[in-house]
Design a protein around this ligand. Structure first.
Ligand SMILES: [Zn+2]
Length: 280
């Protein structure tokens, strides 16, 4: 289990005592549009406190004191789901979810940094087993996961679109903060990269859902009928994603780093380094 590191910029963070010597840190997010104080747990186990304008510090203190039991329960849930695992570390063998199954990841020292997909495991080749290689390793991993998800999504999407008689204009894959997928007004479909960790039935459902929006924008009963025609097992997958979906996002954040807190839902994750490195 990994805990969020003690933050360096103290003014944007608050702490709350959980009892028994445990302290939880939370990100303080002032919002002009917020109407009330709001506390949420992000998939990487970080707490987020949204503050409306001109809120009294006494109200914040009382709210946090009253929320203590809620915080403890949510963090325990994340732990029970296995969502709060240690972040990816250079040189430390790892195991991550690929299409719902555990997939080993091993490190190799090599003059040619690259990611090799072996039957049953992944090899990350880096110049040195040093933390400085982490951005490059993450970038290689991100390219790999994106390509795998794109392949799966196109295969499922083409089949379903043929049955539906309409297809999206484009497919975009990226880490999404709070969404699983979306369909723009220009009929571009976006999918959360974290879906590469999901069992295939879950990906199938999310794609069926977004494609059904090509015909029916609302979540009306007609819409759900159409989803059921495309995916008769969808209710099972929908329930899975509601109860366990946070694991998928946590897994992606653990491997690639969290999206910036400043970005709204659906913004791309910042990976500053080595986007230009090609996989051989
Ligand atoms: Zn929808």
């Amino acid at each position: 289990m990994s805990r969020p590191a003690r933050p360096s910029n103290a003014s944007s963070w608050l702490s709350v005592e959980l009892g028994g010597g445990r302290v939880a840190w939370m990100r303080r997010v002032p919002s002009r549009r917020a109407r009330r104080l709001r506390l949420s747990v992000e998939p990487e186990g970080v707490l987020r406190l949204t503050l409306p304008p001109r809120v009294a510090s006494r109200s914040v203190e009382r709210f946090l004191a009253e929320s203590r039991g809620w915080i403890i329960a949510r963090l325990a849930e994340l732990d029970a789901l296995g969502a709060r695992r240690a972040p990816l570390k250079v040189g430390v063998g790892d195991e991550f979810l690929l299409r719902g199954r555990p997939w080993p990841l091993v490190w190799r020292v090599s003059a040619e940094p690259r990611l090799l997909s072996q039957p049953g495991w992944l090899e990350l080749h880096v110049a040195r087993l040093n933390d400085a290689e982490l951005p490059l390793a993450r970038s290689l991993l991100r390219d790999f996961l994106s390509a795998e998800l794109r392949r799966d999504a196109l295969r499922i999407g083409r089949k379903l679109a043929a049955r539906l008689g309409v297809a999206p204009a484009a497919l975009r894959i990226r880490p999404l903060r709070s969404l699983w997928g979306s369909l723009s007004a220009a009929r571009r479909m976006s999918l959360d990269l974290a879906l590469i960790h999901a069992p295939p039935a879950v990906l199938h459902y999310v794609i069926a859902h977004e494609l059904a929006h090509l015909k029916i924008r609302s979540h009306s009963s007609r819409f759900w009928q159409l989803v059921a025609e495309l995916d008769p097992e969808f209710e099972h997958a929908r329930e899975w994603i509601r109860s366990q979906g946070i694991r998928l996002k946590a897994e992606l954040y653990r491997l690639l780093g969290s999206p910036s807190a400043k970005e709204g839902p659906g913004e791309a994750m910042p990976l500053r380094f080595a986007r230009g490195w090609a996989r051989s």
